[in-house]
Design a protein. Structure first.
Length: 138
C-alpha cells in the first residue's frame, strides 16, 4: 500500500500544469496540512490520509489513526477564517475528497465504497474546485 508521501507524488503528477501544488514541509509548525493547491478561482489546503485497512466506520477524528489534534485544530481555525480546507482519504478501494469540516462526521465503509473515485477523477475534482490555471491570461 502506498505511503502518504508516495501518494502525494502520484497525485501531484496528475495536477502538474493545471494548478499550483505545493507539498508543505512544516516540521516546526504542528497541524499544517500536507499540501496547498492554488488555482484560477481559489486555493485549498489538503490533508492526505491513508485508510488501510478500510474500517467499518472511518472516523477521521480518531487522532491516533488519522487527523492529529493539531491537524484538527488547524483545519477548523483556517475554515473559520474563511479558508478552503479538505481531507483526501485514500485506500486500496479508491479515493474520497472530504471537503470543509465534513471530516468531523464518521464515514461508514459502504458510503466510502459508494463514493470512492479514481486518482484521475480526484485530480479533476481538485482542479474543478480551485480552477484550472490555464484560464489565466498570458
Amino acid at each position: 500500500m502506498t505511503t502518504e508521501s508516495d501518494y502525494w507524488q502520484k497525485l501531484r503528477k496528475k495536477l502538474k500544469g493545471r494548478v499550483y501544488a505545493w507539498k508543505v514541509n512544516a516540521s516546526f509548525v504542528r497541524g499544517v496540512p500536507d499540501c496547498w493547491l492554488s488555482g484560477y478561482i481559489q486555493d485549498l489546503w489538503v490533508e492526505n490520509k491513508r485508510a488501510h485497512p478500510l474500517p467499518l466506520v472511518l472516523d477521521l477524528t480518531d487522532h491516533k489513526k488519522y487527523l492529529s489534534l493539531h491537524q484538527q485544530m488547524w483545519l477548523e481555525e483556517r475554515y473559520e477564517e474563511g479558508r478552503h480546507v479538505a481531507v483526501v482519504v485514500f485506500s486500496e478501494h479508491g479515493h474520497l475528497l472530504v471537503p470543509d469540516l465534513e471530516w468531523k462526521n464518521p464515514i461508514p465503509k459502504l458510503q466510502f465504497l459508494e463514493k470512492a473515485i479514481s486518482m484521475d477523477e480526484l485530480a479533476d475534482q481538485l482542479v474543478e474546485i480551485v480552477g484550472e490555471r490555464s484560464k489565466i491570461a498570458p
